[in-house]
Design a protein. Sequence first.
Length: 125
Amino acid sequence: MRFIPTKIHGAIDYIVGVLLILAPWLLGFAYGGIGHWLPVILGIAVIVYSLMTDYEYGVAAVIPMPTHLGLDIAGGALLAVSPWLFGFADIVYWPHLVVGLLEIGIGIMTKTHRSSTSEASLGRF
C-alpha cells in the first residue's frame, strides 16, 4: 500500500506547504479567523518539519520519516475536521476538507524509508 517514494513525497511537502500558506488569498477566504490562519500555520509547519526530515529534500536529518508521516496525517486530520471543530463551516470548508484528506492519503501511501541506490538497482524497494 505504501508506493509513493520519499523523494516524490518531499516535493509534494514543499508544494503543499506553500499552497496552504497562500490558500486563503488564492481561494478567497482570507477573513482573519481560524479558518484563514490554520492553513497558514499548518503550511509553515509542513515546511519547517520537512526541512528537518531525514529524506531527500531535508536539510537536517532530525525527524525520521515515519514520524514525519505521522505529522502529515495528524495535520491532515486537523485540517479536514477544522471547519466543524472550530465552527467556520458556514464560511468555508471545501479547501480544508479536501487538502486535509489528501494529506492523510499521501501520508498513508508514502514509503517509510528512502530507497538506496543499491536497492533500486537490485529491484528491491
